[in-house]
Design a protein around this ligand. Structure first.
Ligand code: RB5
Length: 148
């Protein structure tokens, strides 16, 4: 995970936390590709999840951050793309394991379910934890190749 470019997206339920996380990423020196949404007007989370997943698929960003009210809907949306391994996390342990075991390339948050400080903590762990590889590599490879 060497790239400096991180895509970020949310629906109207995640706008506050997305703004906080985008600012944090910029402060840490990352190039942030902000894919919206940009207001509290009601939108559909799949539209923004798909935008972010396409950015990962197309190589416009190597990592992503998504936020909706619960984190559930938008994480389901991005995970419909084989190139995305998105983890909806609730604490730093989950963020760490999502990297060490699952090589997660997208992290999801619920604005209504997580405090700002915990989200920032999770983001930091997500950004700074390497994939362990080894026995996990075979399993992660299978995630990209589900049986039809
Ligand atoms: C929007 O009201 C809400 O449903 C959405 O942000 C998210 O929680 C869906 O999973």
């Amino acid at each position: 995970m060497a790239s400096n470019k991180i895509a970020i997206a949310c629906d109207h339920g995640g706008i506050d936390l997305k703004t906080t996380l985008a600012n944090e990423l910029k402060n840490k020196g990352f190039e942030v590709l902000d894919l919206g949404c940009d207001s509290c007007a009601s939108v559909d989370y799949p539209d923004y999840g798909y935008k972010l997943a396409k950015a990962i698929k197309n190589g416009d960003a190597d990592r992503g951050v998504v936020v909706c009210g619960s984190g559930i809907g938008i994480s389901i949306a991005v995970n419909r793309f084989a190139e995305v391994r998105c983890a909806l996390v609730h604490d730093a342990l989950g963020a760490r394991l999502s990297r060490e075991h699952n090589d997660a390339n997208v992290i999801a948050f619920g604005d209504r379910t997580m405090g700002e400080a915990t989200a920032l903590d999770c983001l930091d762990v997500f950004l700074n934890t390497e994939f362990e590889g080894g026995r996990h590599a075979r399993r992660v490879e299978k995630l990209s190749n589900p049986p039809l």
